[in-house]
Design a binder for this molecule. Structure first.
Ligand code: PMP
Length: 420
């Protein structure tokens, strides 16, 4: 007997999973004939919804030419065009692009780049990374080592992983003052005073620590962090795998802080969610540290599917649709609706907080048990909704109509208000 093994679902007597047979726009269609509205855009990546005609076309066009070719020693147009487009939409100093095949690998690439950067410059002791509580950066060993070491999904493996340095999660809200930010970031300053000599980089998810608890924090905090990284001579890595391509209301979350990292990681929405792919962008001073006459400083990382032509072709079209269809305005509208309708007062003993930012809305409860059964309930109401831990969230495709957004909001709130 063979059976597919799914993540997070080894529950005895787990309910049978719906089998998707078709998908269109924000809707999933199941084998039993049900059609449900996806509140999660499939783990936050299908930003245009399913089966977008232009993205489908880009994929077909590229498939009719060639589906894959190695990017080592060879190049191809979709990879080159996407690299150029990414350099054009990110801050000016980011002008080198390294492709890989998933967000986790994109983060690994960033971490390895940071360590080798200092090594190539003769500072071989700068090998550690400063990360934050409540962070989530992916599932590989390097990534697990920079995820929240206590609450995160990976704490079981802590003893096997390189011991990184952890600062408290930012705790100042989106509209904090500079003074509040300075106080909040003080522990980072202290850690850098102690460890900068052995620290290659600081890594953080800008403005929204997503899978570690939907912690939303001030752009001023990012500005202060950039200043600290400069003062203590460590690189700043921004992980925009979840926040990139509009999720927080600007194309990139870092745009709201008007800062530029030394290294930036993009994934998820990069291909419109069609294929796994990631881009790690670096400033010239980072790239230059890897140049040498005899290649002895070269960056030794070569994922087989880096720059895959299907992925890069569809990513390029995804970016064009993002711009031509005025997504930032759509995301503004979703944010307004979430703030007004999801965040309206909700009197329930379990509800600790309701917050919304960009196209992200979250209800936080006291006890994860309060969300047991919410997914089955939402399915009955025609919505594919997910919770994890103490968080019930929506991160939908940006193409939702106000009615569709309202339907999701009503189901999220009704879980707490309706008699069942
Ligand atoms: N970084 C962040 C901020 C993420 O949210 C995720 C995935 N949820 C990753 C990295 C890892 O990306 P992937 O699942 O594509 O490996």
């Amino acid at each position: 007997m063979s059976q597919l093994w799914y993540p997070y679902t080894q529950m005895l007597n787990a309910p049978k999973m719906p089998c998707v047979v078709n998908a269109q726009g924000p809707y999933l269609e199941f084998a039993d004939g049900r059609r449900v509205l996806d509140a999660t855009s499939s783990w936050w990546c299908l930003i245009h919804g399913y089966k977008h005609p232009e993205l489908d076309q880009a994929l077909q066009d590229q498939a009719s030419r060639f589906a894959h070719v190695m990017l080592g020693g060879l190049t191809h147009e979709p990879a080159q065009a996407l690299a150029k487009a990414l350099v054009d939409i990110t801050p000016e100093p980011l002008n080198h692009v390294f492709f890989s095949d998933s967000g986790s690998v994109g983060v690994e690439v960033a971490l390895k780049m940071a360590v080798q950067y200092w090594h190539n410059r003769g500072q071989t002791n700068k090998q550690r990374i400063l990360a934050f509580y409540k962070s989530y950066h992916g599932d590989t060993s390097g990534c697990m080592a920079v995820c929240d070491p206590a609450e995160g999904m990976h704490h079981l493996f802590n003893h096997l992983l390189p011991q990184q340095i952890f600062a408290p999660a930012p705790s100042v809200g989106l509209d904090a003052s500079w003074q509040q930010v300075q106080e909040d970031i003080q522990p980072v300053r202290v850690l850098l005073q102690q460890h900068a000599h052995e620290t290659a980089a600081v890594i953080i998810e800008p403005l929204l620590q997503a899978a570690g608890g939907f912690n939303m924090y001030s752009p001023l905090y990012l500005q202060a962090l950039r200043e600290l990284c400069d003062e203590f001579e460590v690189l700043l890595i921004l992980d925009e795998v979840a926040t990139g391509f509009g999720r927080t209301g600007t194309c990139f979350a870092m745009d709201q802080a008007q800062i530029c990292p030394d290294i930036l990681v993009l994934g998820k929405g990069l291909t419109g969610g069609y294929l796994g792919h990631a881009a790690t962008l670096a400033q010239t001073h980072v790239y230059d540290a890897f140049l040498s006459q005899d290649n002895e400083r070269a960056f030794m990382h070569g994922p087989t599917f880096m720059g895959n032509p299907l992925a890069t072709a569809v990513a390029l079209r995804s970016l064009q649709v993002f711009q031509q269809d005025h997504y930032l305005q759509r995301i503004q509208n979703l944010q307004q609706q979430l703030q007004q309708e999801l965040c309206a007062p909700l009197a329930h003993e379990q509800v600790v907080d309701i917050r919304a930012f960009g196209a992200t809305g979250v209800i936080e409860v006291k006890d994860a048990q309060a969300l047991a059964g919410v997914q089955a309930y939402a399915l009955q109401e025609g919505v594919w909704l997910r919770s994890f831990g103490r968080y019930l969230y929506t991160m939908p495709a940006y193409i939702l109509t106000p009615e569709q957004m309202r339907h999701i909001i009503q189901v999220m709130r009704a879980w707490f208000t309706e008699e069942r």
